[in-house]
Design a protein. Structure first.
Lengths: 115, 851
């Protein structure tokens, strides 16, 4: 599988996180990362630490909300869940990506195979 | 990730937290979250079977580059805070960032002290040169700019063609030209004639505190319109009335101080002995003439007085004695070519007979006032002459020097790139954009250039007096205050800094991190060729300059070593007494000079004494054209003449090759034929077949008198050896101006004292001025010397800069090849051989440049 460029990784981070949160209802940082790695089959390699600033920004924008909880192993953990505005944002992002995808599909020559 | 190893994993976490806090991620909640993440990861790795410490470090690495994390957090936090606090905060933040960049730039420069120093030194030298040169150029171009109506003032110049041959252009004209043109040519509003007192005048003030007598060189005779055309403001006196009355004069402020001290000069009388003689009343004081005036004078006397002297009352003097310069003022929108045509037509009409007789054609032109100083092709009396060509020349040299300095900078910066490649690589990995990097490097370049600029200004200011001395100009710091100067200079500087910083910045920021971190310098070898080319160019330019200097010096030496046919050694010249008792005529003067000669001969150290009106290296009495008495005047050739006595030839070692010398007591006829001595060039010029056949023949400069050739001297170089030997005629003049004495070198001060005593006893009221003939002759080469010195200075500086650059490169190369050197040493190479190896490359480059 090809390596994905940094800009694509960065661009897809927001919709990905929002989507995962909408699936899992509530999750924490470590789990989200594992989900991303699982879903993309290892293609989307995130630097783990880069997730958290994105989460913080999403929180500041009011798209997700957080709470501190205690995990099974007794450690403190910050949990996140999707806000209504977050859901809206997710839908908007999805629409954009679909649009882009369709445009590219219509332009690309079906005979050209991706390397 | 760089935490201290601790037996306890918790200890590791604590250390990690502390470290992150130091790096700026201080928010407890954030740290908690990250720590929680880390611990989860560590657990997972422990399950896989990794030992504790390893699991911890592995988890840290997976977390990502610390720098990136920190930056991202900072970014996120700043954004939040910014939104809270608004624009002022943003500005503050940006300023802080900028300050950060500067700090980094300074730190990086200081880290490479040696390289920075060399670069700044080279840049400083180049910039200082440029600054001084710009000053010089501006100075030369600023001559006469202070005149308010400078755009409407022109100097009349005349281009003459003799027998179809171009004779050049000059400003000399007779005194009738001005008034005639003002009358006949409608475009001319005003005219002013200027006549310097060729040679110096003796000015004397008989005051209550005693006499003050001096020889003055700045005496000018001008029309009263002079002051209304030119801007020489009066500090005392009535401008409209100035110079309208005969026997009145204006003096400069410093002359007023010199003669009258602090008392009021108005109404006081000065005795003037020059082309006019007599008492003059001071009716005004003018501000000292600025050094950027092409006419330099200290005394202004009325033209009308000069025109009443014997010489100018002669018939034919009104057009014939071309010792005047005429300036005209035109109306606001004058048709120059039309005026020129009318002038030519009028001139030709008035001089028709004369021009036809000598087969000469005259073309008149109006030379703009601002062109006078710079145009060295037009000659003219009483002008401080500069040369446009010289100015251009030095401008070019200045720019070349600056170029060399900038090339230097580029070279060194690129060379250091390898050292910084690792730094660049790491930065790129951490996420710095290429623009950021370029910005950083440009900033460093700007800082270095700025430092160099400041130092250059200081250096230039310090060197200003030296330059003034050497180049014989008067640059003042006043130029620094001119805004235009700064605009131009900073523009050039900015451009230079930008361009020179751009290239290294470009190179440095283009490194691919992978290539660099892996240690490959491959991407970078192609630049080496460019560097070599630059070095070669640098050296080639510098060496050319050096070669040029050698050539100029050699020429100078050659010219000075040439046999000039005159013996100037140990010849003391005392300037002739000018002031004598009332009613002294020529005969009286002859007797007085004879007496002087006898008295002087009594001094044992004086071996020979001769008199002459001018001395070698100081020009002639007459500049005219001469032809055989039997020839048509149109065959006239340029000739010079001066008066000598019977002993002059002995003093200067002139060799006679035909005929008889002058003898003491020869008659000096008032009319009829005059016996003269000539040189070989004169014989050839007027067309005698041989020296012997010239004896007894007549030559003429005009209808009267006829000069009979009595003897012929072997050729000599009276004027600088640069010029061709002139055709010279000597006429007998026993009352001549300058007393030349061949003295023995023993006890010169004593000899001088005796001579002075004798002189002053016989000619009281005359200042005692003397000089040595060889020094006076050499003074002709002053201009050449000056040029050679300046040229040499610049070549030297250019080479210095280039050497600095080379040194920097060499030092750096040595550094970067330390590994190689180490290996070679281990293998048994000796120190000299290593030195040779390293220098080989550079010597090759220099040799190429030499070629």
């Amino acid at each position: 599988m090809p390596e994905v460029s940094r800009s694509l990784v960065a661009a897809s981070s927001r919709p990905l996180i929002l989507a995962i949160l909408s699936e899992l209802q509530e999750s924490y940082g470590y789990e989200i990362i594992q989900e991303v790695k699982r879903l993309s089959g290892g293609v989307l390699e995130w630097q783990d630490g880069m997730l958290y600033p994105v989460l913080h920004r999403l929180e500041e924008e009011g798209l997700i909300a957080s709470r501190w909880g205690v995990a099974e192993n007794g450690r403190k953990r910050k949990y996140y869940r999707l806000n209504p505005s977050g859901l809206e944002a997710l839908k908007a992002e999805m629409a954009q990506w679909v649009q882009v995808h369709q445009t590219l599909m219509s332009v690309w020559n079906p005979n050209l195979r991706p390397t | 990730m760089e935490s201290q190893p601790a037996s306890d994993v918790n200890g590791l976490f604590a250390a990690w937290r502390g470290h992150m806090a130091e790096r700026g991620v201080a928010d407890e909640a954030t740290l908690d979250e990250l720590e929680s993440h880390l611990r989860d990861e560590v657990d997972r790795l422990l399950e896989k079977g990794l030992p504790e410490r390893q699991a911890f470090f592995e988890a840290c690495i997976r977390l990502g580059h610390e720098d990136a994390l920190v930056t991202e957090y900072r970014k996120a936090n700043w954004t939040g805070e910014m939104r809270q606090r608004g624009l002022a905060y943003e500005l503050n933040w940006r300023l802080g960032m900028f300050r950060n960049y500067i700090k980094t730039a300074i730190r990086s420069l200081l880290r490479q002290k040696g390289y920075s120093f060399i670069n700044v030194a080279g840049l400083t030298l180049g910039m200082a040169c440029c600054l001084l040169l710009f000053q010089y150029v501006a100075y030369e171009y600023s001559f006469d700019q202070f005149n308010t109506i400078r755009d409407r003032i022109y100097r009349a110049v005349f281009h003459s063609t003799h027998n179809g041959e171009d004779q050049g252009t000059g400003a000399n004209v007779g005194f009738s030209f001005g008034p005639t043109m003002a009358q006949e040519v409608p475009g001319i509003v005003k005219f002013a004639r200027v006549h310097p007192n060729y040679g110096d005048a003796v000015v004397s003030y008989k005051g209550p505190a005693g006499d003050r007598t001096f020889k003055e060189e700045g005496v000018f005779y001008v029309d009263s319109t002079f002051l209304s055309m030119f801007t020489y403001p009066l500090v005392k006196g009535d401008r409209p009335q100035a110079l309208r009355q005969p026997e009145t004069m204006l003096v400069s402020a410093s002359m007023a101080r010199k003669y009258f001290g602090n008392t009021d000069p108005i109404g006081k009388m000065l005795d003037v002995t020059g082309w006019v003689r007599g008492p003059y009343t001071v009716t005004g004081v003018f501000r000292d003439v600025p050094p950027t005036s092409s006419m330099q004078f200290d005394f202004l006397l009325p033209m009308q007085d000069l025109l009443k002297t014997g010489m100018y009352m002669q018939e034919g003097a009104d057009w014939g004695w071309t010792n005047f310069t005429t300036y005209v003022e035109t109306g606001p929108s004058a048709d120059l070519s039309d005026i020129e045509r009318k002038i030519t037509e009028s001139y030709t009409r008035h001089r028709a007979d004369n021009l036809a007789a000598s087969n000469t054609k005259i073309d008149a032109h109006l030379q703009p006032l601002l062109d006078v100083h710079l145009n060295a092709d037009f000659g003219g009396p009483g002008i401080v002459q500069g040369s446009r060509k010289t100015v251009y020349f030095f401008m070019v040299i200045g720019l070349i020097t600056l170029l060399i300095a900038l090339v230097n900078y580029v070279n060194l910066a690129t060379a250091r790139a390898l050292d910084r490649a690792k730094e660049v690589g790491v930065r790129k990995v951490v996420g710095a954009h290429r623009q950021q990097l370029m910005g950083q490097f440009l900033l460093e370049s700007a800082l270095m250039n700025l430092t160099a600029l400041v130092l250059a200004i200081v250096l230039a200011l310090l060197l200003l007096p030296v330059v003034n001395q050497v180049a014989d100009v008067k640059l003042t710091g006043s130029l620094w205050l001119d805004a235009r100067f700064w605009a131009v200079f900073l523009g050039v500087f900015g451009l230079g800094a930008l361009l020179s910083g751009l290239y290294p910045a470009f190179i440095l920021s283009s490194f691919k991190p992978v290539t660099v971190l892996k240690g490959k310098a491959g991407a970078f070898t192609s630049r080496v060729t460019l560097r070599k080319v630059l070095v070669v160019v640098q050296f080639a330019a510098s060496i050319t300059l050096l070669a040029g200097t050698f050539i100029v010096y050699e020429q100078l030496q050659y010219v000075r070593g040439m046999d000039i046919g005159l013996d100037l050694n140990q010849v003391l010249v005392v300037e002739a007494p000018r002031v004598g008792p009332e009613g002294q005529d020529r005969d009286d003067r002859t007797i007085a000079m004879s007496t002087l000669k006898e008295e002087l001969r009594k001094i044992p150290a004086v071996r020979e004494i001769g008199l002459s009106s001018t001395t070698p290296g100081k020009g002639f009495n007459w500049y005219t054209e001469m032809y055989k008495a039997t020839d048509d005047p149109s065959r006239g050739q340029p000739a010079r003449a001066t008066g000598i006595d019977a002993h002059f030839a002995d003093v200067y070692g002139l060799e006679m090759v035909a005929g008889q010398p002058f003898h003491e007591g020869m008659p000096v006829p008032d009319s009829g034929d005059v016996r003269v001595l000539v040189n070989e060039t004169m014989v050839k010029a007027v067309g005698f077949p041989s020296n012997e056949e010239a004896i007894g023949q007549g030559i003429k400069a005009g209808p009267q008198p006829t000069f009979i050739v009595q003897g012929v001297f072997k050729d000599f170089n009276w004027s600088s050896a640069h010029e061709q030997t002139e055709a010279v005629m000597f006429f007998y003049q026993p009352y001549g101006g300058n007393i030349s004495m061949k003295v023995s070198t023993k006890d010169l001060p004593g000899t001088l004292a005796s001579v002075q005593k004798t002189y002053e006893a016989l000619f009281p009221g005359n200042p005692f001025n003397y000089y040595f003939a060889d020094a006076a002759y050499d003074a002709q080469y002053k201009a050449d010397e000056r040029f050679a010195t300046l040229f040499g200075a610049f070549a030297g500086i250019a080479i210095l800069i280039a050497c600095l650059g080379l040194f920097g490169l060499a030092a750096f190369t040595a550094e970067s090849r330390t590994k190689e050197i180490g290996v070679r040493k281990v293998l048994g190479a000796t120190v000299p051989s290593i030195v040779g190896l390293l220098s080989k490359d550079f010597v090759k480059l220099v040799v190429i440049a030499l070629v």
